[in-house]
Design a protein around this ligand. Structure first.
Ligand code: PEP
Ligand code: MN
Length: 345
């Protein structure tokens, strides 16, 4: 059975003590590659932007103490120069950078002929061609050791995950580049530590080659991504509990179809949440204008229309009716709650 390759470490290198204590605990649990962000790309200014190259001596010390390999994120040619100068064993390109072809081209040129592996995160937006473009720019510059990190895709609407997995995209990447190793980053995908285990398991079920996970010796006090980081000991326990599938136990086309089904279910949940939000707004209007919550004409119309629309899509009428009744019942329940709340005031 092929064990997944695990790369773990804090979102950001914050201090010598934090780096060394996290690295030692991870190494004691068998982790061989240590990650830590030194330059942090923050969506909004004002957050912790990393300590910069001053953190490299801590990473080097961690490597000397534990024997782990060390890696960091690079976003500019200057970062590449400094990171390689500090002897990083691996580099990664962050999601915001992959989304920018100019930046990737500059990085590719700075990485010309470099032999350290470069892992490329998916772009923040679900555009597979941008991800491919980054791979082409790097391989065009002669970078031969390339890996992929799937960290999910950002979306505007209410969501279960910090970044939607959209599993079909990395699965398609694997189809296009069968020889490139695929890692899953369940930390940035889930955004909450409880979601790391199920997402990591799902990645293993889909035959990913490895995991790229955040761990911190004091997660709640982390200067970035506090909610999603795990204590090293918790991460080690989590990894031990994952089931690694027999290679070949799941034909890859079935794995990819499963990934697609998961993506569809997540989409359905997102749409249901959006629907609830809108019917909630309608409910608030009804309360304000003293209108009844259940309007039977509207209900009949919904069921009839959806059954007809479903038929055109080859969906069984009884099934569509049952689904719509359940959804509608939940909207009414929420709207009645609003009425009850209004009456209390
Ligand atoms: C990170 O790995 O710490 C990071 C900044 O990730 P991403 O580029 O996926 O947001
Ligand atoms: Mn992070």
């Amino acid at each position: 059975m092929k064990q997944p390759l695990v790369i773990a470490g804090p979102c950001s290198a914050e201090s010598r003590e934090q780096v060394l204590s996290t690295a030692q605990a991870l190494a004691a649990g068998g982790i061989r590659i240590f990650r830590a962000g030194v330059w942090k790309p923050r969506t909004r200014p004002g957050g912790f932007e990393g300590v910069g190259s001053g953190a490299f001596p801590w990473l080097q010390e961690a490597r000397a103490l534990t024997g782990m390999q060390i890696c960091t994120e690079v976003a500019t040619p200057q970062h590449v120069e400094e990171a390689l100068g500090a002897g990083m064993d691996l580099l990664w390109i962050g999601a915001r950078t992959t989304a920018n072809p100019f930046a990737v081209q500059e990085l590719a040129e700075a990485l010309k002929g470099v032999s350290v592996p470069v892992l490329v995160k998916n772009p923040i937006n679900p555009d597979i061609e941008l991800w491919c473009g980054a791979i082409e720019r790097l391989s065009g510059a002669g970078v031969t050791r390339i890996g992929l990190i799937h960290r999910g895709f950002s979306s505007y609407t209410q969501k279960l995950y910090r970044n939607e997995p959209l599993w079909h995209i990395p699965i398609e990447m694997k189809r296009r580049y069968p020889d490139i190793r695929l890692f899953c980053d369940p930390s940035h995908m889930g955004g909450r530590r409880e979601l790391v285990a199920p997402l990591a398991q799902q990645a293993l079920d889909l035959m990913y080659d490895g995991l790229f996970v955040e761990a911190h010796c004091n997660p709640d006090g982390a200067l970035s991504d506090a909610k999603q980081q795990l204590l090293p000991a918790d991460l080690i326990a989590l990894l031990r509990n994952l089931s690694v599938r027999e290679e070949g136990s799941l034909p890859s086309d079935i794995a990819s179809l499963r990934g697609e089904v998961d993506g569809i279910d997540e989409e359905l949940l997102r749409l249901l949440a959006r629907r609830q939000q809108i019917t909630g707004e309608i409910g608030a209007y009804k309360v304000q204008h003293n209108m009844p919550v259940l309007q039977s004409d509207r209900y009949r119309e919904i069921i009839e229309k959806r059954t007809q629309q479903g038929r055109l899509l080859d969906l069984d009428a009884a099934f569509v009716t049952a689904v719509m009744e359940t959804i509608h019942k939940e909207s009414i329940r929420r709207q009645l709650e609003l009425v009850a709340d209004a009456e209390k005031q």
